[in-house]
Design a protein around this ligand. Structure first.
Ligand SMILES: *Cc1c(COP(=O)(O)O)cnc(C)c1O
Ligand SMILES: [Zn+2]
Length: 412
């Protein structure tokens, strides 16, 4: 059963069939999935959704597949945590963490997009999947294609964190480490994609793949009791997630699942790679590509594919943008762990660091609901904090040694 009419050019509106294509032949605009909302509205009620299993396919009619989903059957429906301790520290009234650091199976929000991309790639009959990745996508494509018994080629920048490389290789894919940054990896992959008949999840399957990100926004609204929050802070790499959260909330409104969208969306990036944030701060519609230099490698895309749409989303919502230094990223990672027991990766440090800054600047008011998007797990980027945390009390195995060490720590 399909609720997808076809693809549509985001710029000129021209219609295209449901094929593994991603760019308009006339204006080079990106292609987007077009749904039959009238039909979906008849089926997808709050009650219907609530009756379904707790994974991202509970919103299946709003996903771009024609047959039953085959992948990511345990992905999504991650916790939305009321962050009471963090509220006290930041001096705000109502703060939530949407925690994709515990997404299944590879502990980042990329498990959502890959679930959709692989289900769709199989519908198209592809036997080989591939991707260009800043790390988390590599982990997820490697794991989920292993489950699906697909051939896989995964391209990453050679200088990725150890946790991201091991977290890919363990699934035994063809891993290609390119001596260059992500933007160079991506350019190479466009050439490979033009030559080989593979499903590149974030190139020729991109219109379908990107739809998976909407489920992150759907879940926020459902978990808040079918309403949109006043403020959402979103980490940006290519700029797709932020636009899809926005699209998801508006689809929910269109379907009558929520009453209104009075949400302001904020873009978060690292100072060492902030092309989207810079454009927003300068009030510009043009993204100036940059060369990334930050510990937040999962967000290190200097020439973001959806950059202008991310800027447009923030503007339309009345939100803003901010960036944080590598030191602020580490501080925010530690703050989230200490207050809420969530160990996030560098991208999460960016998002919380930016949230803190926006609250301090008065851009986000202290008495309205705020959702912080935590999109990845800290065990994958341990080198970012390894030298910046405490040390264990190292002792001989005796009670005397323990008490001596304990008193020393207490300064007795
Ligand atoms: C990929 C990624 C993002 C952002 O994704 P875009 O859709 O490219 O902006 C955010 N957080 C983490 C941890 C990611 O891996
Ligand atoms: Zn077009």
């Amino acid at each position: 059963m399909s609720y997808v009419k076809g693809l549509k050019c985001r710029e000129c509106g021209r219609a295209y069939p449901k094929d593994p294509i991603y760019v308009c032949e006339y204006c080079f605009g990106p292609l987007e999935v077009d749904y039959d909302y009238e039909w979906i509205k008849k089926i997808l009620t709050r009650k219907e959704i609530e009756s379904r299993p707790k994974n991202l396919w509970r919103y299946r009619e709003l996903m771009p597949i024609d047959k039953d989903p085959t992948d990511g059957l345990n992905s999504g429906y991650t916790p939305l945590i009321r962050a009471r301790n963090l509220e006290k520290v930041l001096g705000v009234k109502e703060l939530y963490i949407k925690d994709d650091s515990v997404n299944h199976p590879t502990l980042s929000f990329k498990d959502r997009v890959v679930a959709v991309a692989l289900s769709k790639a199989k519908e198209f009959g592809f036997k080989t999947v591939a991707c260009a990745s800043t790390g988390n996508l590599a982990n997820s494509v490697a794991a989920q294609s292993a489950i699906a018994n697909l051939e896989r080629y995964i391209f990453i920048p050679a200088d990725l964190e150890k946790g991201k490389v091991i977290g890919t290789l363990i699934y035994d894919p063809n891993l290609v480490a390119v001596e260059g940054n992500y933007d160079q990896v991506n350019r190479l992959c466009s050439e490979v994609a033009a030559k080989y008949k593979w499903a590149f999840v974030n190139i020729n399957i991109r219109p379908y793949y990107a739809e998976g990100s909407k489920t992150y926004g759907y879940e926020i609204a459902e978990q808040l009791g079918w309403k949109a929050p006043k403020h959402i802070v979103v980490p940006c790499a290519g700029g797709s997630l932020i636009t899809k959260i926005w699209k998801g909330l508006h689809e929910f409104k269109k379907l009558g699942l929520i009453d209104k969208v009075d949400t302001k969306i904020y873009a978060a990036q690292a100072t060492g790679c902030a092309p989207i944030v810079t454009a927003i701060k300068e009030g510009s519609d043009i993204i100036k590509p940059i060369k990334p230099n930050t510990i937040a490698k999962s967000l290190a895309i200097g020439n973001p594919a959806d950059g202008i749409y991310a800027v447009g989303t923030v503007k339309e919502s009345g939100g803003f943008a901010e960036d944080v230094s590598d030191e602020e990223i580490v501080e925010a990672i530690k703050l989230l762990a200490k207050t809420e027991g969530v160990f996030t990766e560098t991208a999460g440090g960016v998002t919380l660091g930016v949230t803190k800054k926006l609250i301090e600047q008065g851009k986000i008011p202290k008495n309205e609901s705020i959702v912080v998007c935590i999109t990845g797990n800290g065990l994958k980027t341990q080198e970012a904090v390894a030298e910046k945390i405490g040390k264990p009390l190292k002792i001989k195995p005796s009670l005397e040694a323990f008490e001596k060490a304990k008193n020393k720590r207490l300064g007795v």
